[in-house]
Design a protein around this ligand. Structure first.
Ligand code: MN
Length: 129
């Protein structure tokens, strides 16, 4: 089954590049360009994972992550933060808001999808231990 990724990103170029890379690896991508739209699409599509830009106008990524985690239906969906913030403490802030992973911008086309795969839950087809 194709994994569905919700991409919440306000920058058109980043959205284009991330979508291109994910689709090339067989993912289905749902795009949102704002926090509120992302929350709406998360509720209507229940994606397998959410790629969340932290620097969003209006409602920022931390607020989006908090809202997702406070919704019992959306709470289990893994959130991977994508941010160009380079300051110390941002990683911790992302994890505190509920993210399971953290990818730094600029997006590296050679490792982007591989990095995301590390944070996705194991497929049910895998042998349980
Ligand atoms: Mn942004």
């Amino acid at each position: 089954m194709t994994a569905r990724i919700l991409l919440i990103e306000d920058n058109h170029q980043n959205r284009y590049l991330a979508t291109f890379l994910l689709e090339a690896h067989g993912f289905q991508v749902i795009q949102a360009d704002s926090g509120p739209q992302g929350l709406e699409l998360a509720a209507s599509h229940t994606p397998d994972a959410i790629l969340l830009d932290i620097q969003l106008p209006g409602m920022d990524g931390y607020a989006v992550a908090t809202a997702l985690k406070n919704d019992p239906r959306l709470n289990p969906i893994p959130i991977i933060a994508v941010t160009s913030y380079a300051m110390a403490g941002d990683r911790e802030k992302c994890f505190a808001a509920g993210a399971v992973g953290y990818i730094e911008k600029p997006i590296n086309p050679d490792s982007f999808v591989e990095e995301i795969l590390r944070f996705l839950p194991r497929k049910s087809t895998e042998t349980p231990r």
